[in-house]
Design a protein around this ligand. Structure first.
Ligand SMILES: NC(=O)c1ccc[n+]([C@@H]2O[C@H](COP(=O)([O-])OP(=O)(O)OC[C@H]3O[C@@H](n4cnc5c(N)ncnc54)[C@H](OP(=O)(O)O)[C@@H]3O)[C@@H](O)[C@H]2O)c1
Length: 270
């Protein structure tokens, strides 16, 4: 299926590995020019080299920006890289994939105001700031795609993911309003909700959850796998392909949705 992404400019945050990288890879394969962002320069450079190898435009179509996207300075450098690819000032991306690391797992009694503000900054206010910096230019061009990587925990909260449940629910409520407000413009905003996908985040989370329950990380892993009707964890490649489809010319009528990818783990009908 031709996705119509050739030449589009994408900004993918949290993209040196895991779900963000998988989104960047599928967009790059489809001929989009991609700016990827993560904090660790070494991992990011490796990711950029892999993307250049699959992109029809090669290395010229990929820019890696090693910054913390949860800072104003980091966002401004990421947007400057988009301008560099576009050869224009304050252009903004055609496609924005919002993503950052998830907040720590734990017990809410241990979280003070600073910990909450960090989670809200990374998982709610940063995507909102990037939407604010990009959406009006998308509207002016009559086309745009914004995908927020959130979490299945927005729909089915898990106790130990309290910071994630809270911060991402705020983003979800915000997006629900804006997506409808701009719906006539050709710009869509959707949230992709991962269940359990095999990434570094998932694997390190087993150890953190185990500390709370007194189980071993392996016991938590097996239990989580059993909770998933598919009998396996998701493959980040499946997530990246879905992201690319939602960014495609075929997905213009999908807007303001929370799309759950969890192997059937959510038990409700809707
Ligand atoms: N995997 C799952 O099963 C699952 C389930 C539900 C929700 N999620 C959520 O989905 C998101 C992606 O998860 P993942 O599993 O792909 O995580 P991951 O494997 O840990 O990858 C996270 C990526 O984001 C980058 N990153 C983290 N914080 C950043 C920041 N402040 N600024 C810029 N880049 C940043 C990381 O690189 P650096 O560390 O070098 O910055 C890395 O490239 C997370 O928010 C996670 O909580 C994942």
């Amino acid at each position: 299926m031709e996705l119509g992404l050739q030449g589009k400019i994408a900004l993918v945050c949290g993209a040196s590995k895991g779900l963000g990288y998988a989104c960047a890879e599928h967009l790059a394969r489809e001929g989009a020019q991609v700016v990827i962002v993560a904090r660790n320069q070494e991992t990011l450079d490796l990711a950029a080299a892999k993307l250049a190898a699959v992109s029809p435009g090669g290395a010229a179509a990929i820019i890696a920006v090693a910054v913390d996207i949860a800072t104003a300075e980091g966002r401004s450098k990421a947007l400057a890289a988009v301008d560099k690819l576009a050869g224009a000032t304050n252009r903004g991306p055609d496609i924005l994939v919002n993503n950052a690391g998830g907040p720590p797992i734990g017990d809410f009694r241990d979280w003070d105001r600073d910990i909450w503000l960090k989670a809200i900054d990374a998982n709610m206010l940063t995507p909102i700031e990037l939407i604010k910096s990009s959406v009006d230019q998308m509207i002016a061009r009559g086309w745009g795609r914004i995908i927020n990587i959130t979490s299945g925990s927005v729909k089915a909260p898990r106790y130990d993911l309290g910071l994630s449940n809270g911060a991402r629910s705020g983003l979800t409520g915000f997006v629900a309003g804006v997506a409808r407000n701009i719906a006539k413009s050709g710009v869509t905003i959707n949230n992709l909700l991962p269940g359990s996908f095999e990434t570094d985040r998932l694997l390190s989370g087993f150890a953190a959850s185990a500390k709370l329950t007194g189980e071993t990380a392996e016991q938590v892993r097996v239990q989580r796998m059993q909770e998933t009707p598919a009998g396996r964890f998701g493959n980040p490649d499946e997530f990246g392909a879905t992201c690319a489809f939602l960014c495609s010319k075929h997905a213009g009528f999908i807007n303001g949705q929370n799309i759950l990818m969890d192997g059937g783990a959510y038990p409700g009908v809707f």
